[in-house]
Design a protein around this ligand. Structure first.
Ligand code: DAK
Length: 257
C-alpha cells in the first residue's frame, strides 16, 4: 500500500485505515481510492474486525479528489472510466465505518467522510464542497448526503458558495456526531468504536443496514442524477478553466461555456 496505512487490530475488533498522502493533503487520486476499496473489502471479510475507523492526519482528512488527475478529462472519458465503482464499494461496506476527521475534509474528502456511518471531528476540522470554485459540482454524493444531513437551505449555501464549515458549525448543523480537541479526538473515536465492537456484530450490521434503508431508495436515484450532472460539467470550458487555474495557482475566469 503506497497511499494508505492499515492496522487490522488497534484494539480488539477495531481496525484503523489512515489516508497517507500528506504532501498533497490526502488528495484522493485513483491509486489511493483503489487501495482504500481493497482494504475495506478485506476488512469487511475479516471476522476479527467489527468496526473500522477511517482517518487522515492532523492537517487533512482529505482535500478532495485529485484535481490534477481530473483537470483535462472529457465528459466521455469520465463516463467510460467509471471511477464511481470504487466509491460504491465503500458505500456497500457492511461493517460500521467511523470517520475521524481533522483539518480539511473538502469535496471528495467531505463526501468520503459523509459516506462513512458517523463522523468524529477535531476542533480544527473544516468541511466543504468547494467544487463550484473549480467549475464543477460534487460528484460522489455531496449534493445528496449533505442535503440529508443539514437540510436544503444550509446545503444549498454550502454547495453554491463553496464556503467551508468549521467543526463547531458542522456539529450544530448535525453533520458530525461530536467535536473534540485535536489531542483527544482519536482517543474518543476509538472509545466509540470499542463500545460498538463489544456488541453482536450481527445486530450492529443489521442495524446499520436498516438505518441506511431509511433514505437509500431515494439516495440511489439522487446519486445517479448527481453523477450525470457532474459528468456534464466536464463538457464545459469552465470546468477546464477552473481546474487548470487551481493547478496553475491563479484565479479562474469563467465564461459560462
Ligand atoms: N487535488 C490535487 N492536489 C491538491 C488538492 C486536490 N484536491 N488539494 C491540495 N492539493 C495539493 C496542492 O496542489 C499543493 O500541492 P503542491 O503545489 O505543493 O505540489 C499541496 O496539496 C498543498 O496544498 P496548498 O498549497 O493549496 O495548501 P493550502 O494550505 O494553501 O490550501 C486548501 C489548502 C485545501 C484550501 C487548498 O489546497 C485547496 O483549495 N485544495 C482544493 C480543494 C478542492 O477544491 N477540493 C475539491 C476537489 S474536486 C469522483 C469522485 C469524487 C470527486 C470527483 C469525481 N469520481 C469517482 C469520478 C470529487 C471531486 C473533488 O473533490
Amino acid at each position: 500500500m503506497n497511499f494508505i496505512k492499515v492496522e487490522e487490530q488497534i484494539e480488539p475488533f477495531v481496525a484503523l485505515v489512515e489516508l497517507n498522502r500528506p504532501k498533497e493533503l490526502n488528495a484522493l487520486n485513483h491509486e489511493l481510492m483503489e487501495e482504500l476499496r481493497a482494504a475495506l473489502a478485506m476488512l469487511d471479510a475479516n471476522a476479527s474486525v467489527r468496526v473500522i475507523i477511517l482517518t487522515g492526519n492532523d492537517k487533512a482528512f482529505a482535500a478532495g479528489a485529485d484535481i490534477k488527475q481530473m483537470a483535462d478529462k472529457t465528459a466521455i472519458e469520465m463516463v467510460m472510466e467509471d471511477r464511481f465503482r470504487t466509491w460504491d464499494q465503500i458505500r456497500l461496506t457492511k461493517k460500521p465505518i467511523i470517520a475521524a476527521v481533522s483539518g480539511f475534509a473538502l469535496g471528495g474528502g467531505c463526501e468520503l467522510a459523509m459516506t462513512c456511518d458517523m463522523i468524529m471531528a477535531s476542533e480544527t476540522a473544516k468541511f466543504g464542497q468547494p467544487e463550484v470554485r473549480i467549475g464543477t459540482i460534487p460528484g460522489a454524493g455531496g449534493t445528496q448526503r449533505m442535503t440529508k444531513a443539514i437540510g436544503k437551505a444550509k446545503s444549498m449555501e454550502l454547495i453554491l458558495s463553496g464556503r467551508f464549515l468549521s467543526a463547531q458549525e458542522a456539529l450544530s448543523y448535525g453533520l458530525v456526531n461530536h467535536v473534540f480537541p485535536l489531542e483527544t479526538y482519536m482517543m474518543e473515536t476509538i472509545k466509540l468504536a470499542k463500545e460498538i465492537a463489544a456488541y453482536s456484530p450481527v445486530a450492529v450490521q443489521l442495524a446499520k443496514e436498516a438505518v441506511n434503508r431509511s433514505f437509500e431508495t431515494h439516495l440511489e436515484e439522487g446519486l445517479a442524477f448527481e453523477r450525470k450532472s457532474f459528468y456534464l460539467t466536464f463538457a464545459s470550458e469552465d470546468q477546464k478553466e477552473g481546474m487548470k487555474a487551481f493547478v496553475e495557482k491563479r484565479t479562474p475566469s469563467y465564461k459560462g461555456k
